[in-house]
Design a protein around this ligand. Structure first.
Ligand code: NAI
Length: 299
């Protein structure tokens, strides 16, 4: 079929691809012709332990299906690990086109019980890991004047979630990384987007209702990731909710606002309803655009 989205000749790095969503992204891209670096540390859900098994199993499955893949068991959260992951793509396939930052861990605790370690380690894998792997990939993408990066945010970060102060902080942090990298990558044809998925994986099987298993598949999420990774996708700096059959743009918006020169504390109290209003909203795509809106309101 002429219109099928293919990835022949393209090389993708997918972090955390030994299980769940990452595994499914790797299979989807490989099935459409991409050569894939299947990275996975192979630890438990909370990030402890390590095993070469999960990454090797996915590589074996891709090869059995006629695709090309190599395994990496490097840790995304260390500079050496991130470097080795990108180097694996260059060594095995000679180039890099696509990065899917998917690796993640959970250390849920209510805020009063959240340890510094649980906070730091969750940010290290999600935020530092996505930064480090993107940072290693960036020069390669820039040089060829084309690239795609897909980061993995979460509704828990976008909207808040009890017991996930560390994870929510990390996942909203990835929205900032996505937006700024989208801006900085624009001139080099590098498109950067983020997904906020819901799917039945080992991360969610104990919290989602049992009837979600059949509908909230990893494959449904991978369809969006695969599109965002394709050269024909021109969108950048955006975030998309995806779960079961539904895909929706999530945007950071600013309400119309209320303004008055030299406003007092009481002015703010008395105009709270106008300050809280959502319509008509604006969706600035850079810091500069937002600042210009504030300037205009005061002129
Ligand atoms: P998963 O636990 O099956 O997959 C995460 C993978 O990342 C694991 O295979 C793990 O070994 C790997 N990993 C962890 N730390 C690593 C490190 N330092 N270096 C390399 N690999 C590492 O969970 P799932 O659900 O597939 O999660 C994938 C991503 O999607 C995560 O970023 C998660 O936060 C995110 N997400 C998942 C949702 C869901 O509904 N399943 C909801 C929102 C976000």
């Amino acid at each position: 079929r002429m219109s099928e989205l293919r990835f022949d000749g393209k090389v993708a790095v997918i972090t955390g691809a030994g299980h769940g969503l990452g595994r499914s992204h790797a299979l989807s891209l490989a099935e459409r012709g991409a050569k894939v670096v299947v990275n996975d540390l192979g630890g438990t859900l909370d990030g402890t332990g390590a095993s070469a098994g999960p990454a090797a199993d996915v590589v074996e499955l891709i090869r059995k299906n006629g695709g090309e893949a190599v395994a990496s068991t490097d840790d995304v959260a260390t500079p050496e690990g991130a470097k080795a992951i990108v180097q694996a793509a260059i060594d095995a396939f000679g180039r890099l086109d696509i990065v899917v930052n998917n690796a993640g861990i959970l250390r849920d605790k209510s805020f009063g019980k959240m340890s510094v370690e649980a906070f730091d380690q969750v940010l290290a894998v999600h935020v530092r890991g996505s930064f480090l792997v993107s940072r290693e990939a960036f020069p390669h993408l820039k040089e060829q004047g084309y690239g795609r990066i897909v980061n993995t945010s979460s509704p828990a970060g976008l909207f808040g979630s009890f017991g996930q102060a560390n994870y929510s902080t990390a996942k909203m942090g990835l929205v900032g990384l996505t937006k700024t990298l989208g801006i900085e990558g624009a001139r080099a044809g590098i498109k950067v987007n983020a997904i906020a998925p819901i799917a039945w994986t080992r991360m969610t099987e104990s919290i989602l209702p049992a009837e979600f298993e059949a509908k909230f598949t990893a494959e449904a999420v991978s369809a969006l990731v695969t599109f965002l990774a394709h050269e024909s996708c021109e969108t950048s700096g955006e975030v998309f909710s995806v779960g079961a059959g539904r895909v929706a743009r999530v945007f950071v918006a600013e309400g119309p606002g209320w303004s008055k020169d030299d406003h007092t504390v009481e002015d703010i109290r008395d105009n709270w309803e106008a300050i809280m209003a959502e319509q008509p909203y604006l969706t600035p795509t850079t810091l500069g655009q937002q600042t210009a809106t504030s300037m205009k309101a005061m002129l």
